[in-house]
Design a protein around this ligand. Structure first.
Ligand code: RIB
Length: 305
């Protein structure tokens, strides 16, 4: 890889995080324990993580003209992200995520797009030069599909390594798009939605992954939560177990995994070594509360066993 810059394209949200004893059922009212506003958004979390781990990172995305916008930019800048290409949409509100986290650290998330919805194809085309500077481009799916697919097109034109984190997952990804992705990184639920196949074990995740590989995808990395992750490609399947840790809050675990994997690749690691590095980072993230508040810096990761 000639260029070591990472460009992240995607959502920027303020997270309204409520700790709850358990996720309530339909029609049920329960009492929460605490509420906090924490900078988040899958795109912003990934840019934030990559920068904290020491990478050269630019973020593309949009914030609204409300009080949250400035705070979201400030958080990314404090981590070292170049935010100069993020657009302010004065008439829109910033992306907002309502998150419930239960006593086991599991969450449920509802996102209101706000300005993220305006991160469209023409905005991506207007920043072709930024994408052209990247050695690695990361995209997720909380911005319009047309922007995601355009970013993939531009990344493939400039020979950047393309990583798509299909979260939230669409029903399918067109074959001509799949062919241009170097690493697709879904979790089990997302893989199930993308393929329409049951995914509840390492074996079924492998089988579902192979259907996408047969359509031209080069590599699949399936994140399996506490069970670790799987790398599936034409060489076969490799399972990477996750260390046993006490989870406090799993928010941003997937985001940090994706970003740390990209950082590993940008440093010249093999994909297997980059996954091992990402596994270590995500294992720290789940032991802390919040999205960007849970991300370790490089010194902490290197010091962890
Ligand atoms: O992956 C976690 C993120 O998902 C949260 O920060 C929230 O904003 C949603 O985008």
């Amino acid at each position: 890889m000639k260029k070591n810059k990472i460009v992240v394209i995607g959502s920027i949200n303020m997270d309204l995080v409520m700790r709850v004893p358990y996720i309530p059922n339909i029609g049920e009212t329960i009492m929460g324990k605490s509420v906090e506003r924490i900078p988040g958004g899958k795109g912003a979390n990934q840019a934030f993580t990559a920068a904290k781990l020491g990478a050269n990172v630019s973020m593309l995305g949009k914030i609204g003209g409300d009080e949250f916008g400035a705070r979201l930019i400030e958080s990314m800048q404090n981590a070292g992200v170049d935010t100069s290409c993020i657009d302010l949409e004065a008439d829109a509100s910033s992306g907002l995520a309502i998150i419930q986290v239960n006593d086991e650290g599991d969450n449920s998330i509802v996102v209101l797009s706000g300005a993220n919805e305006l991160c469209n194809k023409s905005y991506i085309i207007a920043h072709e030069n930024v994408i052209g500077e990247a050695g690695i481009v990361i995209v997720q799916m909380e911005v319009p599909n047309e922007a995601v697919y355009q970013a993939i097109e531009l990344a493939s034109k400039s020979d950047a390594i393309m990583i798509l984190n299909p979260a939230p997952a669409p029903d399918y990804i067109p074959d001509h798009v799949l062919e241009k992705i170097d690493y697709l990184v879904p979790n089990e639920t997302e893989l199930q939605k993308l393929t329409g196949m049951p995914v509840h074990s390492i074996e079924t995740a492998g089988t579902a992954s192979r259907t996408l590989l047969s359509k031209g995808l080069k590599n699949m990395i399936v994140t399996l939560g506490s069970k670790g992750s799987l790398l599936v490609n034409s060489d076969g399947i490799v399972h990477f177990p996750a260390p046993n840790v006490q989870a406090i809050d799993t928010t941003a675990a997937g985001d940090s995994f994706v970003a740390a994997f990209a950082v590993g690749l940008s440093e010249g690691k093999s994909d297997k070594d980059a996954i091992a590095f990402a596994t270590k980072v995500a294992a720290i993230v789940v032991t802390r509360a919040g999205a960007q508040t849970s991300i370790p810096d490089r010194r902490e990761v290197d010091a962890a066993t």
